[in-house]
Design a protein around this ligand. Structure first.
Ligand code: SF4
Length: 534
């Protein structure tokens, strides 16, 4: 068997040096010790699947659904020794940036290079009550950290100011997730923008969210091709069951949805002798064929498949005729009611054309934008007006603010009064939580600390359900931001900016002072300078 990490059978090599369609299988780790019955069963399944020559790599989940499980690398180590390439899922919900970095050092040392960067599901339970989510950084921040570690992080620690040496370079091959199966325009477009940002930040492959809409899968491929987003796409294929169909139909998994029609079909098939197994296997095989036909680089199969089932599905996918996938695309085409598509439907109703949606194009005309401006809330207008004149470097207002705060900071009493005055404005206007490193201008004057449960500062997570937050009963702030920016023609630029890392040392200090005196993320610091240990 070939050694891991240096073989032709490694993900980087397969994606970069071949055009082969890849097959991945996702394994969900279990809760409990590795030697416990459930973990041993999972480990055995992972081993058997990894030995199946049609499986190119195994992906191991990281506390899926926000529940505690054994770390993926514990299971992954054995697979790695066996010569199977492994993708470790890493989410940002359970660790702050130091915890993430520490875990990355451990992964690199253990021989893992493929890491799927995820923001992560919001924790829904835990020992003695619900766990406190962390979300200190997000998936984009994690990608940035891996890129910098690959370049060699500056070796800066307390008391080592001025040292120029760097830590050993890592060799991470980073992946990201993308959710094209979104209903609203702002919900979908922000996913596309965020994908572009992730690629710019170092993502080398993208895995889609689970979905059963071939047209959207084709659209994502078309969008990536047409917008020079250079990334291989791997499409998710979840082997459905009737209970899973009902669960997804109720948004039981953040960001995953199954239509009433598909749910009903699944329920009907589940009444057959094999409880619908043959139907669900065929559905998965057809999805694999569609992804291959569209031009995806692989299929990412989940749903706890046993080896025999996987063999059957893959054999079936191989047995289809060259153009059968086009008919399958017509069949597996379950959209949300009134779902937005960036591209027009193709001649094949299950696929995308390359013509941009005409009503979307019309909505971007000068007159349409001008008309839409009346719908933009006053909060945004006032915020933007003040920001452009006072908080933007180079303006007269900024120079005055800088001069004033330089003086104010000489007195503790004055600083306190100024901070109270700032909070008196920002708490009622923006529900400010006094983080001291303000992202209001980054998100169209919506506060990520008070209105986003994951404090996402670099685009939306993938968990929205028809535009709503996966946890709160309100619209996602990133969709609201898109809707606020579009009438002014600024929506496409919303994520064309440096990545935001919130500096925790600024909590409960004046965000205004921090902006004027260049202490926050707006000061355009070199990302390497953000290592606050220097
Ligand atoms: S300072 Fe922080 S908490 Fe306050 S509005 Fe800005 S982002 Fe929100």
């Amino acid at each position: 068997m070939e050694a891991a990490g240096s073989t032709s059978h490694n993900l980087r090599n397969m994606l970069e040096n071949s055009d082969r369609f890849l097959t991945a299988v996702e394994i969900e780790t279990s809760r409990g010790l590795l030697m416990a019955e459930a973990s041993r069963r999972t480990a055995e399944l992972a081993k058997r699947l990894s030995e199946f020559d049609k499986v190119d790599f195994v992906s191991l989940t990281d506390n899926p659904g926000g529940n505690p499980h054994i770390r993926p690398e514990v299971l992954g180590q054995d697979l790695l020794f066996r010569g199977c390439d492994v993708v470790i899922n890493m989410s940002c919900k359970d660790y702050n940036r130091n915890g993430v970095e520490s875990r990355l050092w451990a992964l690199g040392s253990q021989g893992f290079s493929n890491v799927l960067a995820l923001s992560g599901d919001y924790p829904i339970g835990g020992f003695q009550g619900q766990a406190q989510p962390v979300f200190d950084i997000d998936s984009v921040g994690l990608l940035e950290l891996m890129s910098k570690m690959n370049d060699g992080l500056p070796n800066q620690m307390w008391g080592s100011v001025g040292r120029e040496d760097r830590l050993e370079k890592t060799n991470f091959f980073a992946g990201c997730a993308v959710s094209p199966f979104k209903k609203l325009e702002g919900e979908l477009m922000t996913q596309y923008f965020k994908l572009a940002l992730k690629v710019k930040t170092g993502a080398k492959f993208a895995i889609t969210q689970i979905g059963y809409d071939s047209r959207k899968a084709a659209e994502l491929y078309q969008y990536v091709q047409s917008n020079d987003i250079n990334i291989p796409l791997i499409g998710s294929v979840f082997i459905l069951t009737a209970p899973a169909g009902r669960f997804f139909n109720n948004w039981g998994v953040p960001g995953v949805w199954v239509s009433d029609e598909l749910r009903d079909e699944a329920n009907k098939k589940a009444k057959s002798k094999d409880r619908g197994k043959a139907f669900f296997s065929e559905l998965a095989a057809k999805q694999i064929a569609i992804l291959k036909g569209i031009g995806y680089r692989g299929a990412y199969i989940s749903g706890r498949p046993q080896l025999k089932r996987m063999q059957g599905i893959l054999e079936m996918a191989d047995s289809f005729g060259e153009n059968d996938w086009k008919d399958f695309a017509k069949e597996i085409n379950f959209a949300q009611p009134d779902e937005f598509y960036y591209y027009e439907q193709g001649d094949n109703p299950g696929l995308s054309s390359n013509e941009v949606n005409p009503s979307y194009r019309a909505s971007k005309s000068k007159s349409a934008r001008a008309k839409a401006q009346v719908t933009v809330p006053l909060q945004f207008r006032v915020g933007k007006f003040v920001h452009d004149r006072v908080f933007t470097e180079g303006t007269v207002g900024f120079k005055v603010g800088k001069a004033v705060y330089s003086q104010v900071e000489k007195s503790k009493k004055l600083s306190k009064i100024a901070h109270i005055a700032e909070q008196a404005t920002k708490v009622p206007a923006y529900q400010c939580r006094d983080c001291g490193d303000c992202s209001l201008p980054d998100i169209a004057y919506l506060c990520p600390e008070s209105q986003c449960v994951k404090s996402q500062r670099n685009g939306p997570c993938g968990g929205t359900k028809a535009g709503k937050c996966e946890i709160l009963d309100q619209e996602c702030i990133w969709i609201r931001a898109y809707d606020r920016l579009k009438p002014f023609g600024d929506e496409t630029k919303m994520l064309q900016r440096p990545i935001v890392f919130r500096d925790a040392s600024l909590r409960n200090t004046s965000a205004w002072a921090n902006t004027f005196l260049a202490r926050d993320h707006h000061a355009n610091r070199n990302p390497e300078d953000t290592d606050s240990r220097a």
